[in-house]
Write a protein that binds this ligand. Structure first.
Ligand code: ZN
Ligand code: FE
Length: 249
């Protein structure tokens, strides 16, 4: 995986899946992607778009025009240049395992994530999560409610433990600082934050790491409800409260 930072905290990905063929995920800008294609002699065949926001799509039109690649997305109205509209459970023919589409409404109503299952060439699965799941966090509820977002996150949380998580922004430190503000005694989160501060290793994480340290995936646990001082709350109510607190953190 080639990770290309953009606009401070966005992450664009280039994934080579055979010989010199590659796909790009959420190219918010074009120039840096073209530069790497040239330097590494890669041929861009496909762009996967997780959602319509400009910071994930700004480079799509120009890349398509310059490379002739095919554009895949979950929204034809709001993402310009989509050649193939995808929905939940669709599979795209890429490499030997294919890319599976997982619909994840919440951040936007038409957000999708893309999952490459394990195969002989990749021992661990790969998941591109856009602005739905972040390392230690989740996206804002711009067009969805707490219920749709938490259901979307649970779909991702049920993927195999060793799945590598590549998200659309690196908000990792801030997310774990927020988590500690909610649960100051959570040793797993404290350890994770220390590790990250020391190594600078944020993305990718794994589904196991998210399931054990991402407070948004743990919102339904008795520990987290207690920390929020709402022990009787339904899981989705705890999630909604947590997301609201993060908005003003
Ligand atoms: Zn977004
Ligand atoms: Fe974004």
């Amino acid at each position: 995986m080639i990770t290309i930072p953009a606009f401070g905290d966005n992450l664009i990905y280039l994934y080579r899946y055979n010989q010199s063929d590659c796909l790009a995920v959420d190219p918010g800008e074009c120039r840096s992607v073209l530069k790497i294609l040239r330097e590494q002699d890669l041929s861009l065949k496909m762009i996967l778009v997780t959602h319509h926001h400009w910071d994930h799509t700004g480079g799509v039109a120009e890349l398509k025009q310059k490379t002739g690649c095919k554009v895949i997305g979950g929204d034809k109205q709001r993402i310009r240049g989509v050649d193939q509209l995808v929905e939940d459970a669709d599979t795209l023919p890429v490499g030997d395992a294919g890319v599976h589409v997982i619909a994840t409404a919440g951040h936007t109503s038409t957000s999708v994530c893309y999952y490459v299952p394990p195969s002989p060439t990749n021992s661990s699965g790969i998941l591109w999560t856009g602005d739905t799941l972040f390392v230690g966090g989740c996206g804002r509820l711009l067009e969805g409610n707490a219920k749709s977002m938490s259901e979307s996150l649970q779909k991702l949380a049920s993927l195999p433990d060793d799945t590598l998580v590549y998200c659309g922004h690196d908000y990792t430190l801030e997310n774990y600082e927020f988590a500690l503000s909610i649960e100051p005694d959570n040793q797993a989160v404290r350890q994770r934050l220390n590790d990250i501060r020391q190594t600078g290793q944020t993305v990718p994480s794994t589904i196991l790491q998210e399931n054990t340290t991402n407070v948004f995936l743990l919102a339904g646990t008795p520990e987290l409800k207690a920390a929020l001082d709402m022990p009787q709350a339904k899981d989705v109510e705890a999630f909604a409260e947590l997301r609201q607190r993060k908005d003003s953190f």
